[in-house]
Write a protein that binds this ligand. Sequence first.
Ligand code: GUN
Ligand code: ZN
Length: 483
Amino acid sequence: MAISFESLDSDIAGRTGKLVAGKKVIRTPALLPVINPHLMLVTPKELKGMGVEALITNAYIFSQSMQYSERVREEGLHKLLDFDGVIMTDSGSFQLSVYGEVSITNKQTLTYQRDIGSDIWVPLDIPTSPDADRETAEGELAITMERLREAKELFGNDAPIAGPVQGSLYPDLRERAGKEVGDLGFTFCPIGAVVPLMESYRYRDLVDVVLAAKRTLPRSACIHLFGAGHPVMFALAAAMGCDLFDSAAYALYAKEGRYLTTHGSFKIDELADLPCSCAVCRSHTAEQLRTAKDRTRLLALHNLAVTLAEIARIRQAITDGTLWELVDERCRNHPQLLSGYRRLLQHNAELEQFDRAHKRRFFYRGDESCARTEVLRYQRQITRLRLGENVLVACDNGVREGYDTVLYFKPPFGPYSPDLKETFPIGQSEIPEWDAAMVRQGCKGIRMLADSHKDSRIRVCGLHAEWKNIFAEELGQTAELIE
Ligand code: GUN
Ligand code: ZN
């Protein structure tokens, strides 16, 4: 019955894994398309055919539905929706955040979700607005936590119940919530009330909120980002350790005539061509799609295909250890995403603890790459190099005599000993022509080496004239520049 999660490969704080709910297993990261029984543009059976292993629907909508409330009690969700994968149900909390109130209690919604055969149940948490003052956020969090405690008491520790993390924009409240949710024994933890942040492109705040929750949640918990819609931000969220995304965006965008891509969305009226290889785009021209009778459905199918492909790409990037490259690529598609990405890099010390040691490669993609976890980790490890008294850092990688230790130099990492030449990250990093940012970062490596080896005297040689000023500026008295 209980929900369990096993992680396989990891990259940054992201991971690939397996979520087990009852007897069903799904691969993560995963997309849970949102299904509204009253307006199904794509049926659950079709979703299954596209590779969807889990979906999410709203128990509150079912309970209020003239058409379905009886039937779902008799048949159960899986039969009614004709879907044998994992079905997660949301409570009514989202309606609560939009309309202000709902006519059910926590106990009622959980009992109902159990009775209709849901695989993952969500209590009646309170999604506190990002604009709430601290007192409100704290008060609402207390109610949410009380309801989570009640859920455990009523249904036991093995019931497949999600433990949402609330706390609005207050990092310490998110941390407290993460800790308490973990202590209560929840292994499936959605991060809630982030939809308004994503809707207004507040990715910087999103990063702070998710990382605050992640800091205290158990590493072994499966993390669901509630209401994450647009595929352009999935890589960023995955890098923070989010394992599941639910998305109504495929349908909502389709209804507005919008065509999703991993670098943004377009109005279908603006497109002269269809830059995609899904079944819809291969069998229609832009003009045919625009004027098709079932245009909304076709757009929904395309939007889903793009979204699912992005999940597959993220899984592959995690397996290869190239998630930073993917995050970098995606986050350059909108200035606010770039802000979120830069914020993520500011949290590099925290992320480094999750990151793995060996990756397939490191491609330098500009200034931002200097703050990557691999650079931080490498420079921390530099302090453990064994050095003689007279040390030379030969920036031209040439052979030198007369020194106790000769090191080479690779920006943005810094000095390295010849026996690290083939190992990650020195051996697997590809950098373009030097630029100022990477050279400054590399010099920091030399400074860290000097600081941790006070008995050694470090000299630097083999520098092209162009870089001498930066080295002199960065190194000051810590190392001497020679020819
Ligand atoms: N859907 C989007 N955000 C939320 C949230 O915070 N809680 C619940 N239960 N559902 C959501
Ligand atoms: Zn397409």
